[in-house]
Design a protein around this ligand. Structure first.
Ligand SMILES: Nc1ncnc2c1ncn2[C@@H]1O[C@H](COP(=O)(O)OP(=O)(O)OP(=O)(O)O)[C@@H](O)[C@H]1O
Length: 678
C-alpha cells in the first residue's frame, strides 16, 4: 500500500470524521442533544454533571462527557504504525486532542462514554460502562475503515461508580506495549496511538502512582457487556437498535457475514467431539430432542450472532497459539469484533503451562490459559441469552418481550437454542482449525485448512464451506493436533524451555538438517543444536553427566530418558509433515515473533521510568530518558524483523529480552502474576 501524506487531525475530522454511535443511537437521557451537551458540559465548572455517577435512564447507550482538566500533559510515545495508518501528522493539535487537553466538537460530534454491563467471574455485575474512557470521534484509516478514537484515563464519567476515572502510568505503559505487539503479530486487537503522562496527577493504587492518558482506537468498542444491559433491564427497543447498529455500521451492512452458501446446518454435527468417540456424532437439541437444524432462512440477527461467535473463536485461537492470557475474561472485556481488549493483569506464558494465569486474584484459574476458549464461549452464550428475542424470532417480526404469549415464547426458545447449538459446533470448528493452522505455520507446515487470506482474521467465510471441505479440514486438523501439537506441548510442558524461543530456534532447521533415525544416546552430542530446541542446557548437561554414573537409575534420569524418546518419536512424525515445498522458515517467519513482551520485561521498563526517574516525572526541567520504552516499542512494532530494532539503542536490553534465561537466573521464577489494580 502506498504511503499517504499525513494531515492535521482537526482537518481530518472536519473533512472525513463522524461519530457513528451518536448519529445512530442518540441518547434518550438527561442530556439529549449535542447542543445541550455543549451548553452544559463545556462550562467551566468543576462539578460537571457527567462526572457524577448515576444509573443512566432506560434506552441510553451512552452519555455525553468531557475530559477532566489536568494541571499538565507530557507526550511520551506515539505508535509509529498507528499514526501512519490513520494518516495523522504529529503536530500540536494531535498531542492536545490525544490527551484530552483540547476537545473537538461540532454539530454532529461530541465526546461520550458508553454504557455497558457485564458478567464478571460468572456473576452479573450490573451497570459498569466507560468509567474512565471517552470516545472522541471516528476517522477512516488508510483502508477506508472507520476507527473510533478513545481516551482512557481522561477522568470521571456517569459510569465511574466509586472510582476516580484515572489510569496509572504503569498500566497505561502495559496496555500501550501489549496492544502494539499483539496487533503486529496479527492477533485481532484494539490499537494504541499515543501515550501521554499527566505530571501532577496521581492515583492511589500500589501507593500514590503517576497517571497517564492513553489514546487508542478500534473499528468498534462494543462489548458483549453492551448487550447484557438490555437483558437485565428488558428493553426490546434498545436491543434492536444496538443490534442494527452493529450490523449496519460495525459490520458494514453485514458484508462479511455468512451467506446462504455457508449453511449453518453443516454444524448439526460436532466435528470435534470430546472424549475417545472418534465417530462424528449427529447432535440433537437438548431442549426438545428435535434434530439440531434450522430449516428457515437465517435472519440478519442470526447472522450477526453467528459472525460474533466466529470472530471470537478466531481471536481466542490466536491467544492459545501465542500463549497470551488476558487474565480477566468477563463479558465487559469481550469485544463483539473478537478483538483483544482490556489489558489488566495479562501475561504471555514463559514456558508452556495450560494452568497459567497471570492474574494473582484468579485463585481458581477460571481464566487460565487452558480455560480461555471455554470462558469466551460462556460469554457468547450470555450474548445469545441477551439476543434470544432476536435469534429466536427468525424471519418473523420481532415482538416486544413484554407482549410475547406462552406459545410464542416456547417457539422462540426452541429456535434460539437450536441456533446456539449450531453455533457451539461452529465455534469449536472455527477455533480448532484456526489454532491448528497457526500452530502448523509456526512449525513451518502448510496445512491448507484455511483460505489464503489468513492475514486478515476478520474474513471468516472466504470460500464455500461445504460439508466436504469442512469434513476434510476437520480431519486434517484433528490428525495434526493429535500427532504433532499435543505430543509437542507435552514435551514442552516437561522440559520448560522458553515457549516463544522454541519456535524461533526450530524454524532455523531445514528439513534436511533435522536428524533422521535419531539415536538419543549419540545424538544428544551429535545433534546438539537440534535437541537444544527442546531441552534446557541444564537438562542436557545433567544427562551427559549422569549417564554411566550412579545417577543412571534415578527418577530424574528416567524422566529425561522418556522425554528424549518422545522427542525422537515427535521428530519422526514432524519430518513426515514437512513437505518438499518451501523451507519451513519461509512459512513460519511471519508467524514466529522473535521476542515476547513478557511481564518481567514490562516491569523493567516501567521501573526504569516510574522508580529510577521518579523526580523527572514531576520536574519539567529534568529530561525523561525514554530509551528503554522506545526500544521495547520498536521491538513490538517490528516483532518479526530485528533489523528494525535500532541496534545502537539499548543493545544490552534487547539481548536480555530475547530469552528468559537471564531473568530466570536472577529471580528464579517464571510465569509470574500481577494484580488487577490499574
Ligand atoms: N479508575 C477507574 N475509574 C473509573 N472507572 C473505573 C476505573 N477502573 C475501572 N473502572 C471501571 O470498572 C469496570 C471494569 O474495569 P476494567 O479494568 O475491566 O476496565 P478498564 O480497564 O477501565 O477499561 P477498558 O475495558 O475500556 O480497557 C469498567 O466499567 C471500568 O470503566
Amino acid at each position: 500500500m502506498p504511503e499517504l501524506s499525513p494531515f492535521n487531525i482537526i482537518n481530518r475530522i472536519k473533512s472525513t470524521g463522524r461519530s457513528r454511535f451518536i448519529e445512530k443511537l442518540m441518547p434518550d437521557d438527561s442530556i439529549k442533544s449535542i447542543s445541550q451537551a455543549q451548553e452544559i458540559l463545556l462550562e467551566k465548572t468543576s462539578n460537571k454533571p457527567s462526572h457524577i455517577p448515576r444509573i443512566t435512564s432506560l434506552g441510553s447507550h451512552f452519555a455525553y462527557n468531557v475530559p477532566e482538566d489536568r494541571p499538565e500533559y507530557k507526550p511520551l510515545i506515539t505508535s509509529p504504525n498507528a499514526i501512519r495508518d490513520l494518516q495523522l501528522s504529529k503536530d500540536k493539535d494531535f498531542f492536545d486532542i490525544t490527551c484530552g487537553n483540547k476537545i473537538y466538537h461540532d454539530s454532529k460530534i461530541f465526546p461520550y462514554s458508553m454504557s455497558y454491563s457485564g458478567f464478571q467471574f460468572g456473576q452479573f455485575a450490573g451497570q459498569l460502562g466507560d468509567g474512565r474512557v471517552l470516545n472522541l470521534f471516528d476517522l477512516p484509516d488508510n483502508k477506508g475503515r472507520f476507527q473510533t478514537l478513545q481516551l482512557k484515563g481522561s477522568g470521571k464519567s456517569p459510569f465511574s461508580r466509586f472510582a476516580d476515572g484515572k489510569a496509572v502510568l504503569r498500566s497505561s505503559i502495559r496496555e500501550f506495549v501489549v496492544s502494539e505487539f499483539l496487533h503486529n503479530i496479527n492477533v485481532p486487537c484494539a490499537r494504541v496511538l499515543q501515550l501521554t503522562l499527566l505530571p501532577g496527577t496521581k492515583a492511589l493504587r500500589n501507593g500514590l502512582e503517576p497517571c497517564a492518558v492513553l489514546c487508542r482506537f478500534a473499528p468498534s468498542w462494543i462489548r458483549i457487556g453492551n448487550f447484557d444491559t438490555y437483558r437485565s433491564r428488558p428493553d426490546t427497543k434498545s436491543l434492536v437498535s444496538l443490534s442494527k447498529f452493529c450490523i449496519d455500521e460495525v459490520f458494514q451492512n453485514g458484508k462479511t457475514f455468512a451467506t446462504t452458501k455457508h449453511d449453518i446446518n453443516t454444524f448439526s454435527k460436532d466435528w470435534f467431539p470430546d472424549g475417545n468417540d472418534e465417530k462424528v456424532k449427529e447432535n440433537s437439541s437438548q431442549e426438545n430432542k428435535e434434530p439440531l437444524r434450522i430449516d428457515t432462512p437465517l435472519s440478519k440477527y442470526d447472522l450477526l450472532f453467528r459472525h460474533i461467535v466466529n470472530l471470537n473463536a478466531i481471536c481466542v485461537a490466536y491467544w492459545q497459539a501465542y500463549g497470551f492470557v488476558n487474565g480477566v475474561l468477563n463479558t465487559d472485556n469481550t469485544s463483539i469484533m473478537g478483538l483483544s481488549l482490556d489489558f489488566g493483569p495479562f501475561g504471555f506464558m514463559d514456558t508452556f503451562d495450560p494452568g497459567y494465569t497471570p492474574n494473582h486474584d484468579d485463585i481458581n484459574g477460571m481464566y487460565a490459559l487452558g480455560n480461555q476458549p471455554t470462558a469466551i464461549w460462556f460469554n457468547l452464550t450470555q450474548l445469545a441469552h441477551s439476543m434470544a428475542l432476536l435469534i429466536g424470532s427468525g424471519q418473523n417480526g420481532i415482538i416486544d418481550i413484554k407482549e410475547l404469549n406462552e406459545e410464542q415464547e416456547k417457539q422462540l426458545v426452541i429456535r434460539a437454542n437450536k441456533l446456539i447449538g449450531l453455533c457451539a459446533n461452529e465455534y469449536k470448528y472455527r477455533f480448532t482449525i484456526t489454532y491448528a493452522d497457526l500452530m502448523a505455520r509456526r512449525l513451518g507446515i502448510e496445512l491448507n485448512i484455511r483460505d489464503k487470506n489468513v492475514s486478515d482474521p476478520t474474513v471468516v467465510y472466504e470460500d464455500d464451506e461445504t460439508k466436504q471441505t469442512i469434513q476434510s479440514r476437520a480431519e486434517r486438523a484433528k490428525l495434526f493436533c493429535s500427532t504433532i501439537v499435543e505430543p509437542l506441548l507435552n514435551i514442552l510442558k516437561l522440559t520448560k524451555v522458553d515457549y516463544t524461543q522454541f519456535f524461533v530456534n526450530l524454524q532455523n532447521f531445514d528439513k534436511n538438517d533435522i536428524p533422521d533415525q535419531m539415536s538419543i544416546e549419540e545424538d544428544i552430542q551429535k545433534d546438539e543444536n537440534y535437541i537444544s530446541c527442546f531441552i534446557t542446557a541444564k537438562q542436557r548437561h545433567e544427562y551427559i553427566e549422569g549417564k554411566g554414573k550412579s545417577k543412571i537409575n534415578s527418577g530424574e534420569m528416567r524422566l529425561l530418558n522418556e522425554t528424549f524418546k518422545e522427542i525422537q518419536e515427535w521428530t519422526t512424525e514432524y519430518r513426515l509433515w514437512l513437505t518438499s515445498g518451501p523451507s519451513p522458515i519461509e512459512i513460519s517467519k511471519r508467524y514466529n515473533p522473535l521476542f515476547i513482551p513478557h511481564n518481567w520485561i514490562l516491569e523493567e521498563v516501567i521501573n526504569d521510568i516510574t522508580v529510577n526517574q521518579r523526580d523527572a516525572l514531576v520536574d519539567d526541567t529534568t529530561p525523561l530518558d525514554l530509551s528503554l520504552l522506545k526500544k521495547l516499542t520498536l521491538m513490538c512494532s517490528n516483532p518479526f524483523d530485528s533489523t528494525q530494532w535500532e541496534p545502537q539503542l539499548c543493545a544490552d536490553a534487547s539481548k536480555r529480552w530475547l530469552t528468559y534465561t537471564g531473568y530466570e537466573k536472577t529471580l528464579g521464577r517464571l510465569n509470574t502474576q500481577s494484580t488487577c489494580s490499574s
